[in-house]
Design a protein around this ligand. Structure first.
Ligand code: ADP
Ligand code: ADP
Length: 226
């Protein structure tokens, strides 16, 4: 079970920018919620607050019914995939994927088993010894997803994960992430400015503008309006 609730969440950055203004979102177990909206509307800030990478100015964030406003990121049982992949350049693919488990003191055998299992799912088994600079964009993206999968988190967060890929790869990775969502029975929150991505992947779409939620709904009714 993994639910996420945002109650009256606000974020005001130093200097006074109100990036997120009284946002309420109810993410149910196994939902695939897509936050969509133009650049600068507060999507990324919202995601980073859920991950614990950004302080919440006011409001409450619950994961599985527990208030987590003050819980540090590493204790939130959440894994995030970033737009720029954020891989460690000096580490191999294997070590990039293993890192999050190592710092959480998982036994080596368990780490090894999880890394290999994730590599198999993502079809990157033959890349485990490479460094990120020896990978294509699509391969790097897979490693970034693999690094999230090995954690077996309750909740996956994706911040524009496909925006650096070409159109063809984007379509392919979209399908793969949707299929992972089913296979892992995971709860996912996904940020994009791409409406097609939102439409094809979401169980619930949240449309943001100027830090405010404009609409929440299923993927079809929202965009069928004339
Ligand atoms: P999006 O992800 O939708 O593009 P962001 O959440 O990144 O939007 O940004 C929302 C607003 O907050 C923007 O006006 C942006 O300039 C501002 N902002 C983002 N990060 C910071 C920061 N670290 N300090 C100050 N303002 C920021
Ligand atoms: P440490 O950093 O603690 O020395 P390593 O990550 O080097 O640990 O190795 C731990 C285990 O992970 C090894 O026994 C090996 O089975 C596996 N391993 C590490 N790197 C790779 C790799 N590139 N390919 C396959 N397996 C690896």
């Amino acid at each position: 079970m993994a639910t996420v609730q945002l109650k009256n969440i606000c974020k005001v950055y130093e200097g006074g920018v109100k990036a997120v203004d009284n946002v309420n979102i109810d993410v149910k177990d196994r939902d695939f919620v897509v936050l969509v909206g133009p650049s600068g509307c507060g999507k990324s800030t919202t995601l980073r607050m859920i991950a614990g990478l950004e302080d919440i100015t006011s409001g409450e964030l619950y994961i599985d019914g527990n208030l987590v406003n003050d819980v540090p990121p590493k204790d939130r049982d959440i894994a995030m995939v970033f737009q720029n992949y954020a891989l460690y350049p000096h580490m191999t693919v294997y070590d990039n994927m293993a890192f999050g488990l190592k710092i959480r003191k998982f036994p080596k055998e368990e780490i090894d088993q999880r890394v290999r299992e994730a590599a198999k799912i993502l079809e990157i088994e033959e890349l485990l010894d490479r460094k990120p600079k020896a990978l294509s964009g699509g391969q790097r993206q897979r490693v970034a997803v693999g690094r999230a999968i090995v954690r077996k988190p309750k909740v996956f967060l994706f911040d524009e994960p496909l925006s650096n890929l070409d159109a063809k790869l984007r379509v392919q990775m979209r399908a793969e992430i949707s299929s992972l969502h089913n296979r892992l029975k995971a709860t996912m929150i996904y940020v994009t400015h791409d409406q097609v991505e939102a439409l094809t992947m979401a169980t619930q779409i949240v449309v943001m503008k100027f830090g405010v939620i404009q609409q929440i709904g299923g993927p079809l009714p929202l965009y069928n309006e004339p």
